[in-house]
Design a protein around this ligand. Structure first.
Ligand SMILES: [Zn+2]
Ligand SMILES: [Zn+2]
Length: 282
């Protein structure tokens, strides 16, 4: 894996076929110094945006990419730093570009995303619509396939050349003891090479199981600099083996990251994830 900076003014949604990860942001939900943690995957002519938070359409626009140019979306859970930009995608798609982007979503999460979040801003816009608008009026739905031979719920989907596995995580509430009793959230595995946990509490089994199975080249893991609440604390993440920490990039971290850079090094992590650079996997 190598890190390359963005050389052109405009971010391209295609490349020569190599796998690129581009974090639109790497910061926390409430960051004021970065953008939130949303990830764009690019490979050949294919791309997928993992999460579209409140700051995402603005960040993309500054990179020369209107959010309406994004064709494929996958959402890991319903916090606003992951879905806050979606209403813009829905309304711009229906009323301006007249396109329905693709949403990778299973039935369970489609209900949560639509009925608990997007519906309030999207369903009632057309007086003449006999029925209120529904999820499929805004999105082309792509169902991921459930993989039965995993100890925790795991799905797979192919978007062109990009293979994604989605595995359930333990994010909210802070008291849940396992992924089964947590509200719906997931992380992703890209081409069986890279794991991105998205938001999760410290969950040793999550990393241990998939790492043993896939021997990842890099793991991008949720991190906060204190312990408690619904994210993984750096002191908890310290418990992973040196081999795992060596390939673990911390993300979703707070605006006071300079105070912790020495600790990140001392504990043996690969580093803090940088926003808006290319992580390139040849
Ligand atoms: Zn978040
Ligand atoms: Zn969250």
């Amino acid at each position: 894996m190598k890190i390359e900076t963005l050389k052109k003014k405009k971010l391209s949604l295609t490349n020569d076929g190599r796998l690129e990860l581009f974090f639109i942001g790497a910061g926390s939900a409430f960051t004021k110094r970065q953008y939130q943690t949303n990830l764009l995957i690019i490979k050949g002519k294919d791309h997928v945006l993992i999460d579209c938070g409140t700051k995402c359409p603005q960040a993309l626009s500054e990179l020369g990419v209107p959010v309406t140019d994004i064709s494929n979306f996958l959402i890991t859970h319903s916090h606003a730093d992951h879905i806050g930009g979606l209403e813009e995608v829905c309304l711009m798609g229906r009323y301006v570009t007249k396109k329905k982007p693709l949403m990778i979503v299973n039935e369970t999460y489609q209900y949560i995303l639509w009925d608990m979040s997007l519906r309030g801003g999207c369903a009632y816009n057309e007086e003449e619509a006999r029925d209120m608008l529904s999820f499929s009026d805004f999105w082309t739905i792509k169902r991921p396939i459930w993989l039965p031979d995993y100890p925790r719920e795991t799905f797979k989907v192919d978007i062109g050349e990009i293979n994604i596995k989605m595995m359930r995580t333990k994010h909210i509430p802070d008291s849940s003891s396992d992924w089964q009793s947590s509200f719906w959230s997931c992380g992703v595995i890209i081409d069986d090479r890279i794991m991105f946990t998205s938001d999760t509490r410290y969950d040793h089994d999550l990393v241990e199981f998939y790492e043993t199975r896939f021997d990842f080249e890099a793991i991008f893991h949720d991190c906060q600099f204190f312990t408690g609440g619904v994210h993984a604390g750096i002191e908890e993440l310290k418990q992973f083996s040196p081999e795992i920490k060596k390939k673990m990039y911390l993300t979703h971290y707070g605006d006071n990251w300079e105070d912790f850079e020495d600790k990140v090094k001392e504990y043996g992590f690969a580093g803090l994830t940088q926003q808006q650079v290319f992580y390139v996997f040849d």
